[in-house]
Design a protein. Structure first.
Length: 369
């Protein structure tokens, strides 16, 4: 018997594309029945918060998919958002999942780990079209992304564009490309709370020192730097990648798929960034700053990645992977296996649906080609 899913979409950010694509792939293959409702302007009832979408499963189980970076990026006090939200829904599948943070929330036991998130899509996805509740600028951006000649074209970011099976014979090139965050905020006149300014400063400094040390340690085996934003040009000019074409997402993905060893650092709100999921999809050997959130399935240090706390430890971990081809190959193979079971959009979504109807089941045995 097919699962029946009714999806309600408010504003649709890039964070949600992976989830929408997962549902659509399952529907196109006849695994589920899918109905999509675009919430109109002026609709009554509780709005769906940013970076979330709602699904009713089999007409009775109410699910909310939360793709936010953390717990406090929408409100300073998480209980104000999640308390009422968890009273309305039966299960919340959360990208940034922390048992300790959940325990501080009313109804936190309803939160389950969703998994790694990245901006990935499929042809003719409903996510591509402007939604009634999208902002005006987001509607314009969506129309631009439909144009094949632009660097933002949806066609560059479909599922298969990220996938690379392990190739142990490749030279162990190392990659770390990143961006710097304006510590004051992302818009004119914006001023973030002090704790968030401090977090951004920490992220920037960690990334800068990691790039500088890797350049020194690995020379031509390393490629890295930061995007040429006004903030980076002012504060970190020595590590800026001047050519904007080189830092486009399409160019970055092309280089990433040729770099067996890839580095990741903590994202905003202690998140696991999109880059990390892209590394897993491309079966890279990952060296990452300590992770603060949990994901479903068997995934951990020395199995899927090596971790570091300081840039110096990052250099040590990368050096280990360059020397140890067997370990590097094993990490790559483990990440490829994990991707096919837990990260690919249709598998991630199907796993969540099966755990909703069979709570003791963590991973479905249904094979999605």
């Amino acid at each position: 018997m097919k699962l029946k899913c009714r999806m309600r979409l408010g504003s649709v950010s890039l964070h949600l594309y992976q989830i929408i694509a997962g549902f659509e792939l399952l529907a196109r293959r006849g695994v589920i029945e899918l109905e999509i409702e675009r919430i109109p302007k002026g609709a009554t009832g509780e709005p769906i918060p940013p970076n979330m979408l709602e699904v009713t499963l089999n007409g009775e189980i109410r699910l909310i998919y939360d793709l936010n970076d953390g717990y406090d990026n929408l409100v300073e006090e998480p209980e104000r958002l999640y308390g009422p939200l968890l009273r309305r829904y039966d299960i919340c599948f959360k990208r940034s999942f922390s048992p300790a943070r959940n325990a501080q929330l009313s109804g936190g036991g309803k939160i389950r780990p969703l998994g790694l998130n990245y901006m990935v899509t499929i042809p003719r996805s409903a996510a591509h079209w402007p939604m009634p509740l999208d902002s005006r600028i987001e509607k314009v951006k969506k129309l631009i992304r439909m144009l094949p000649l632009t660097v933002h074209y949806y066609g560059w970011y479909t599922v298969e564009k990220f996938e690379v099976e392990p190739r142990p014979e490749e030279p162990p090139f190392v990659l770390f490309m990143a961006r710097m965050w304006n510590v004051q905020g992302d818009g004119p006149g914006m001023r973030l709370p002090e704790a968030k300014r401090e977090e951004r400063h920490y992220i920037n400094e960690q990334r800068a020192r990691t790039i500088r040390l890797c350049r020194e340690a690995f020379g031509g085996m390393f490629h890295g730097g930061v995007a040429p934003t006004p903030f980076a040009l002012e504060h970190y000019p020595d590590i800026v990648i001047a050519d904007k074409r080189e830092v486009s997402r399409r160019a970055y993905l092309k280089r990433m798929k040729k770099s067996p060893i890839c580095i990741a650092t903590m994202g905003l709100h202690q998140s696991i960034g999109w880059k990390f999921a892209e590394y897993v999809a491309a079966s890279r050997a990952i060296v990452t700053e300590t992770l603060h959130y949990e994901v479903p399935g068997v995934f951990g240090e020395n199995r899927n990645y090596l971790s570091f706390r300081t840039p110096e430890e990052c250099v040590e971990a990368v050096s280990r992977l360059i020397r140890d081809e067997r370990l590097r190959t094993q990490l790559m193979q483990n990440n490829w296996n994990y991707y096919r079971r837990h990260v690919r959009p249709d598998r991630l979504v199907l796993n969540s649906l099966m755990s909703a109807v069979e709570p003791s089941r963590q991973e479905t045995e249904v094979i999605v080609q």
